[in-house]
Design a protein around this ligand. Structure first.
Ligand code: DGL
Length: 271
C-alpha cells in the first residue's frame, strides 16, 4: 500500500535567530516539509540563564508549537537541548529531537585520538550535556568543554570575520592544542556562522550539530512514515516573541534566504 503524505509541519524552536542554522539544514535535507519556526526573541539569550528558567521557557515554546499541530519537535537551541530535552521527550506526544545527541554521535564517530572538545554557552558547558552524551557512547573518551559566551553577540552584530572575532576565537580556543582534541563540536546555534574563523584557529575537525540534527530528523520521519510526499511548494511560517524586523535582518544572513510569513506574538501567548 502507498504511504500517505503527512502534511503536518515540523516545529522548530530556539531562543532567537540562531536556530535558523538548524532550520537551514532541515530544509536542505527535507525540502518538501512544511515548517513552523518559533524564535523566543523577547527572552534571548538563554545561554546564561538558570536551568529552571530554561526548562520553563522551553516548555512554553514547545506547547505553542504543539498547539499548531506539529508532527515532530526540533529543539534547535543547544542550551535548551542541554537542559530540557529529557523532560520534553518524556512529556510530549510527538518525537522530540535535540541537537546534543546527534552532535555527540558524529563527534565520537570522527575522533581517533579519543579527545573531543565542545564549545557552547555557559549553561550548555556547565550542564555537561555533551560530555554525558559522548561518555554514554564511549566512556574512554576525554571531553573538554569551553564556554565561549562572546561569540553569540559578535555574530548577532554581524561581526563574523576580521580581527575581533579572530582574536576572540584565539583567546577562547587556546586550551585546545594542549588538550590534543582531534574533533571540536560547535555546540551553539550561532557558531556555524563563524565556522571558517573557528576552523582556522582550532586547526581540527569540526562537527556541526545543526547538520547532524537534520539527518536525525529525516531518519525519524522516514522510519515513522510521516514524510510529506507532495511536490507542491511547502509552507514556512515564522513566529517571534519580539522585533520581527530585526529577526528578518539578521535571520536572512543565518538562513541564506528571504524570510517572509512572519508574525510577532506576545510571550504571554506562549503560556
Ligand atoms: N541558541 C543558543 C544556543 O544554541 C545561543 C543563544 C542564546 O544564548 O540564547 O545555545
Amino acid at each position: 500500500m502507498k504511504t500517505p503524505s503527512d502534511k503536518r509541519p515540523i516545529g522548530i524552536f530556539d531562543s532567537g535567530v540562531g536556530g535558523l542554522t538548524v532550520l537551514k539544514e532541515v530544509i536542505k535535507k527535507l525540502p518538501s516539509e512544511n515548517i513552523i519556526y518559533l524564535g523566543d526573541t523577547a527572552r534571548v539569550p538563554y545561554g546564561a540563564r538558570s536551568p529552571e528558567i530554561i526548562m520553563k521557557y522551553s516548555l512554553e515554546c514547545a506547547q505553542f508549537l504543539l498547539s499548531r499541530g506539529i508532527k515532530l519537535l526540533v529543539v534547535a537551541c543547544n542550551t535548551s537541548s542541554s537542559i530540557s530535552l529529557p523532560g520534553l521527550a518524556q512529556d510530549l506526544p510527538v518525537p522530540v529531537v535535540g541537537v546534543v545527541e546527534p552532535g555527540a554521535r558524529a563527534a565520537v564517530a570522527k575522533s581517533r585520538s579519543k579527545k573531543i572538545a565542545v564549545i557552547g554557552t555557559e549553561t550548555t558547558i556547565k550542564s555537561g550535556s555533551y560530555k554525558r552524551a559522548i561518555k554514554a557512547i564511549d566512556y574512554s573518551i576525554d571531553v573538554m568543554g569551553l564556554a565561549c559566551p562572546l561569540f553569540v553577540p559578535l555574530v548577532e552584530e554581524g561581526w563574523i570575520r576580521g580581527n575581533i572575532v579572530s582574536l576572540t576565537a584565539q583567546k577562547y580556543l587556546s586550551p585546545l592544542k594542549k588538550f590534543g582534541a582531534d574533533v571540536l563540536i560547535l555546540g551553539c546555534t550561532h557558531y556555524p556562522i563563524i565556522k571558517r574563523v573557528i576552523r582556522e584557529v582550532a586547526e581540527t575537525n569540526l562537527i556541526d550539530s545543526a547538520a547532524e540534527t537534520a539527518k536525525e530528523v529525516k531518519c525519524i520521519l522516514e522510519e515513522s512514515k510521516v514524510l510529506r510526499l507532495d511536490n507542491s511548494k511547502p509552507e514556512r511560517e515564522f513566529f517571534v516573541t519580539d522585533s520581527p524586523k530585526k529577526f528578518i535582518q539578521i535571520g536572512e544572513m543565518f538562513l541564506g534566504q528571504k524570510i517572509s510569513n512572519i508574525s510577532g506574538i506576545n510571550v504571554g501567548d506562549l503560556k
